[in-house]
Design a protein around this ligand. Structure first.
Ligand code: FES
Ligand code: FES
Length: 178
């Protein structure tokens, strides 16, 4: 007896227009496609990593309208009209350059899987909380998990950038006061 062919229903897709890294993307996606998959699989922006897909690990952290946000929790369609920036947008960003150098100097990455999300969160900490101490940095990084458990180096790297920036501000103030 020959098996009956299995017929799968046609996959429904929808048009999605996204503003990513100052560029407009016109995509055709399944309604359930979350933003992280849209970035990686449909826009070629693979700096954004996907870990838990449950909002727990922070590997998929991007910037939406200037603030860090998970990209695995909502469908891409829900981000229409928002300004999305992924790690690729920060190649020439001076704060990100400082953070990358500090991550390297403090051995803040091992396999590197968590690093893009860590950098996105770290940049937000540096800009939003210039006087953050170690406790506050740990609190702020609590939403980003490192499977290699290299937390000490990551926290040291963020604190290093905070120190560097604070000393730059104070030397500029001294110049102006002189
Ligand atoms: Fe989004 Fe883990 S992949 S929080
Ligand atoms: Fe491997 Fe963080 S460096 S997961």
């Amino acid at each position: 007896m020959s098996a009956l062919p299995i017929e799968f229903p046609a996959v429904e897709t929808t048009e999605v227009q996204l503003n990513i890294n100052d560029r407009s993307y016109q995509l055709r996606l399944q309604p359930r496609t979350h933003l992280a998959d849209a970035l990686r699989d449909h826009c070629g922006l693979t700096a954004t990593h996907v870990g838990c897909e449950q909002g727990v690990c922070g590997a998929c952290t991007i910037e939406v309208d200037g603030a860090p946000q998970r990209s695995c929790l909502q469908s891409a369609k829900r981000f229409e009209g928002r300004q999305i920036r992924t790690l690729e947008a920060f190649d020439n960003d001076p704060v990100m350059a400082q953070l990358r150098a500090a991550f390297s100097a403090e051995h803040a990455l091992q396999c590197g899987y968590c690093t893009p999300g860590m950098l996105m969160t770290a940049r937000d900490i540096v800009l939003r909380l210039p006087e953050a101490d170690e406790v506050r940095v740990c609190e702020e990084l609590a939403g980003n998990l490192c499977r290699c458990t290299g937390y000490f180096g990551i926290v040291r790297a963020v604190l290093r950038v905070l120190r560097e920036r604070a000393s730059l501000v104070s030397s500029q103030e001294n110049i102006h006061a002189a």
